[in-house]
Design a protein around this ligand. Structure first.
Ligand code: FDA
Ligand code: NAP
Length: 435
């Protein structure tokens, strides 16, 4: 099995394979992962100092599948000598920085199974597949960053987990002063904060709220414009009944539900995740705003009911068109677009293989409950998706909530396909010699 990308999803798969192989030495699956970053990193440019996790630590890479796993967050705390002090902290939600350290700790234990600094540029059928009946292997083309050398690897199964794709408003390009939130800290560290007299942060989601707070606190001389489409930041619903949409069982309810039930998930529960922010950061921002009222003088400006429609460079500064609210244009030194992400994209990687992959009536890939792309019978290999399955499996597709269980399900699926193929091979009559 080749895993494309080595973020938390495929890290969780590496753990699931390892634990499966440990318990089933006769049914081993060998896994190898290709990651384009030079080392393990989970949204590094958003590791803001006070940002906390948006899921409880129990939804780590293993616990929901195997509560006794040695790769759990609790195991990490134990190995780091912080289990007791973490308990004293009395929280379900560690900082993103601590969770990052946990993920790195797990990743370090799989270093021999990962090629870092390598990018998968496409999948294709092996050159010799034309005459060999149903192709049972795929060729994965991997480009080494740095040297640019392309190597090809054979895989019986491929698990694509390349993550979300940053989304900019149409027509707006990034540059050294116009950033997307996904590159925020990297860009910020390249910039002299003393030169930032004004900054705009676009969006009303968790990324926007965190970046607005960070800029306000870290660049004390800057005017900070928060450009939000809503009347004010709206709260992410993390109350217990609503939170059940992230339970492993909700995947079945979504996958096997009717169009109407699937639509209800989005109509009623989109606000568990999208265009919403946590209570803590909203209150922090409001407190800063109120303190300004008390002190007199304002540098945190909330431009509400507003969307950005254009951004144009004007020397070192950027001219931003704002529509909907009272203000039409502002000029800032730095503009951060915390405007969200597109779902994981697979067509580009699939290339010529896409024609074997079936699509539903709205043109989206058909995906089995086991996260395997549904293909025509000519393709005998498995292509699995971790991400990009919101249309078929629901809200957890791009999140961490279900990665442990999903990785176990993918492992099971690979094993059961292998068993069926062996049974078939055994049942088929052996061709008589000489024919
Ligand atoms: P992820 O994007 O993490 O990893 C994909 C990996 O694939 C990357 O390392 C990338 O470099 C690599 N890659 C891409 N293309 C490649 C190619 N062609 N070849 C080789 N490698 C390639 N969710 C949640 O449930 N709780 C939370 O607290 C948060 N917090 C959070 C914070 C921030 C700032 C963001 C932007 C998102 C979250 N999320 C989240 C959602 C987020 O999608 C989730 O945390 C994981 O990153 C999903 O893990 P994946 O491994 O699927 O993707
Ligand atoms: P998001 O939730 O999709 O929010 C994007 C925001 O940008 C929305 O408010 C959207 O408004 C707005 N927007 C889009 N185009 C705009 C425009 N032209 N002008 C003004 N506003 C515009 O994205 P996100 O905040 O990056 O969150 C993505 C994921 O990352 C979520 O799962 C989130 O929970 C996660 N995250 C987690 C943490 C953490 O763990 N601490 C931190 C950051 C992010 P409309 O909806 O009206 O288009």
């Amino acid at each position: 099995m080749i895993g494309v990308g080595f973020g938390p999803s495929n890290l969780s798969l590496a753990v699931a394979l390892e634990e499966h192989n440990g318990h089933n030495p006769n049914e081993r699956i060998s896994g190898f992962f290709v990651e384009r970053q030079e080392s393990f990193g989970w949204h590094r440019s958003m590791l803001l100092p006070s940002a906390t996790m948006q899921i409880p630590f129990l939804k780590d890479v293993a616990t929901l599948r195997n509560p006794a796993s040695g790769y759990s967050f609790v195991s990490y705390l134990h190995a780091s000598g912080r289990l007791a002090s973490f308990i004293n902290n009395q929280t379900f939600f560690p900082t993103r920085q601590e969770f990052h350290k946990y993920l790195e700790w797990v990743a370090t234990q799989f270093t021999d199974q990962v090629s870092y600094g390598s990018e998968v540029i496409g999948l294709r059928l092996p050159a010799d597949s034309g005459s060999a009946g149903t192709p049972q292997h795929l060729t994965v083309d991997v480009r080494r960053r740095g040297s640019g050398r392309v190597e090809s690897v054979r895989a019986r199964n491929v698990v694509i987990s390349t993550g979300l794709v940053p989304r900019m408003p149409q027509g707006i390009q990034r540059d050294e002063r116009v950033w997307h939130s996904s590159e925020f800290l990297m860009r910020f560290r390249e910039t002299d904060p003393a030169g930032i007299k004004s900054v705009a942060v676009v969006g009303a989601g968790q990324s926007a709220a965190e970046i607005t707070r960070f800029m306000y606190d870290t660049v004390p001389q800057a005017e900070v414009y928060a450009i939000v489409p809503s009347y004010g930041y709206a709260l992410a619903d993390d109350t217990p009944f609503a939170n059940q949409v992230f339970d492993p069982g909700a995947v079945d309810d979504y996958y096997f539900g009717t169009d109407r039930t699937r639509q209800a998930f989005w109509d009623y529960h989109r606000n568990t995740n999208y265009s919403v922010a946590d209570d803590e950061v909203i209150r922090d921002l409001y407190r800063r705003s109120y303190d300004e009222d008390v002190r007199g003088g304002r540098r945190l400006h909330l431009l509400n009911l507003s969307r950005v429609t254009a951004a144009e460079r004007d020397g070192d500064r950027t001219r931003i068109n704002v529509t909907g609210g009272g203000v039409q244009e502002i000029v800032v030194d730095v503009c951060v677009f915390a405007t969200g992400y597109h779902n994981m994209e697979v067509s580009r990687l699939l290339g010529e293989l896409d024609r074997y992959c079936l699509r539903d009536e709205t043109g989206r890939h058909r995906v089995g409950r086991d996260y395997r792309l549904v293909t025509t019978p000519e393709l005998g290999c498995g292509i699995y998706l971790q991400g990009g399955t919101e249309h078929s499996h629901g809200l957890t597709s791009s999140l961490l909530s279900n990665i442990a269980v999903r990785s176990g399900e993918i492992t099971e699926s690979v094993i059961s396909h292998r068993r069926v193929e062996r049974e078939l091979a055994r049942a088929l009559p052996v061709e008589p010699a000489g024919r």
